[in-house]
Design a protein around this ligand. Structure first.
Ligand code: FE2
Length: 309
């Protein structure tokens, strides 16, 4: 696939209740790499195999949740074009100057009808993955510390108008619908999974009355053995597991949902099939929604639809 336009999820700013406790958690349990701190007290992380300076930014606040989720685009010309396209669509965009986030260029921010702030940017400093760009080793000490996912993979957001979000992501930003779950009426979307790439999803939404909510941020693991090891590490650190290890019917990925010490849900995710933009979307009906979300249990737990930050 020739990658143009929006490339991938780039960064998320996450609110946490106690910054130092959260830094310890994301560094030592999740196994992310701390890459910097800014004057406002935000702490920056990346997954070990990511090359750009940061993908998760923690901000201390009195309530948990997500401030914004961002996608990296191909280049500055693409950023200008997509900003113009968003405005032509009827959205108001805001420019956040380069340097507001460490080692990150200018960002284009806009609010989508689910109440979330989404950002696009073209530049973030390449700090490498610790392996070098010539004759690299396959892994390093950072890849063995904590759960150690390889990258920020996707997020699942909860908000009211997911059809409005679907319209913007597919008509303006070049995403395509990979899977969706229908409500009992057989036509209204309860949930949508969208890709801008070859991945089973880069972002997903669930219909929910409150705007701007986070269901989970997800990090990628490479093997099912890594997922089992992640569950061991969670339990060894008495970290709260929501469900898993198990498998999603939707995307076919293997998964654990767990909570950080502020109550934000995070996921470690492995696998999933590889769709293309011409792949026919997969539909899950209301009577099989439990199977779609948790393939082995074939039932939703109450927390899946009710616990968000
Ligand atoms: Fe997920």
């Amino acid at each position: 696939m020739a990658m143009t336009g929006v490339l991938r999820p780039g960064h998320m700013q996450l609110r946490v209740l106690d910054i130092e406790e959260s830094v310890k958690f994301y560094k030592d349990v999740v196994g992310l790499v701390e890459t910097g701190r800014d004057a406002s007290g935000r702490v920056y992380f990346k997954a070990w195999d990511e090359r750009d300076h940061n993908s998760l930014i923690l901000r201390e606040a009195d309530r948990a949740g997500v401030d914004f989720f961002a996608f990296k685009v191909l280049d500055k010309a693409t950023l200008e074009k997509l900003d113009a396209d968003l405005q032509a669509y009827g959205l108001k965009t805001e420019r956040i100057p380069a340097g507001d986030l460490l080692e990150t260029g200018e960002r284009v921010r806009f609010e989508i009808p689910t109440g979330h702030l989404i950002e696009l940017y073209a530049e973030k400093t390449d700090v490498g993955n610790g392996l070098g760009y010539t004759n690299p080793n396959p892994w390093c000490a950072q890849s063995e510390h904590g759960i150690a996912p390889t990258r920020l993979d996707h997020c699942l957001l909860y908000g009211p108008d997911i059809d409005g979000a679907l319209d913007i992501f597919t008509k303006v930003l070049g995403f395509y619908l990979v899977e969706h779950v229908l409500l009992e009426d057989g036509k209204t979307n309860l949930a949508i999974w969208l890709s801008c790439s070859h991945k089973a999803h880069d972002i997903a939404f669930v219909r929910h009355p409150e705007p701007g909510k986070l269901h989970h941020v997800s990090f990628l693991l490479e093997t099912w053995e890594d997922v089992l090891r992640a569950a061991d590490i969670m339990s060894m650190n008495k970290s709260s597991i929501d469900i898993g290890p198990t498998r999603h019917g939707i995307t076919r990925g293997t998964t654990i949902y767990a909570f950080d010490n502020s109550g934000n849900r995070y996921e470690v995710f492995c696998g999933g099939y590889q769709p293309y933009p011409d792949s026919h979307p997969i539909t899950w009906t209301w009577d099989e929604v439990g199977t779609g979300i948790f393939f082995h249990d074939r039932a939703l737990n109450d927390r899946f639809l009710s616990v968000v930050t």
